[in-house]
Design a protein around this ligand. Sequence first.
Ligand code: CA
Length: 238
Amino acid sequence: MSRYEADDSRILIIEDEPKIARLVADYLEGSGFVTRHLDHGDAVLPWLEQAGEDGFPDLVLLDLMLPGTDGLTLCREIGQRWPRLPVIMLTARVEEVDRLLGLELGADDYICKPFSPREVVARVKAVLRRSRAALDPDTTNPSDLILDDDGWRALAGGQDLGLTAVEFQLLRVMMNAPGRIFTRDQLMDHMYRDHRIVSERTVDSHVKKLRKKIADVWPEREIVRSVYGVGYKYQPEE
Ligand code: CA
């Protein structure tokens, strides 16, 4: 049994609808989690800044539509300032998820309203498991590919792939949207924010090296795939 089975992790719920917040908090607390609730977007960053080690959350449930600072902005800010803090976004519409994925906010998961509180608990547990596995080689599944954003490392089954910064960014962009095909142009946009002119062949060469490094660890898996005439995608399973 995993030592995380009895979970007293702290979950910060950011949600302006009191009924939803209460329902989610009740279910999480029923599973042993400790919850905190904020109902205004402007309160979130100051709250995290002062939270301190003992009160700092292990995961954030973040509603998209909030009074004050909106969920998108908060998700980006949290990702930049506390990259190890997992975020699950709550959205009111299924169609919204596609748009959010396209924005590559770096959220760890998305849940659509209306949701069952049980589903929320299950997703919270899954995301916590994943983010912990990233930092603990003993609990890493040999088939897991995990990004360590702080160290700019990619771990394949716990083994550091030794990626360059560009290869890491490429992989991260694709992993944020599994199955989505990225054109070389789109990948270039993500890699070179300063709009340096690079050729499509530069992208190809970086992806080639990235794929080689993954193949060195997993010769039988092709998780970064070339899509002929279009670009590349991250495809963890068939
Ligand atoms: Ca809301």
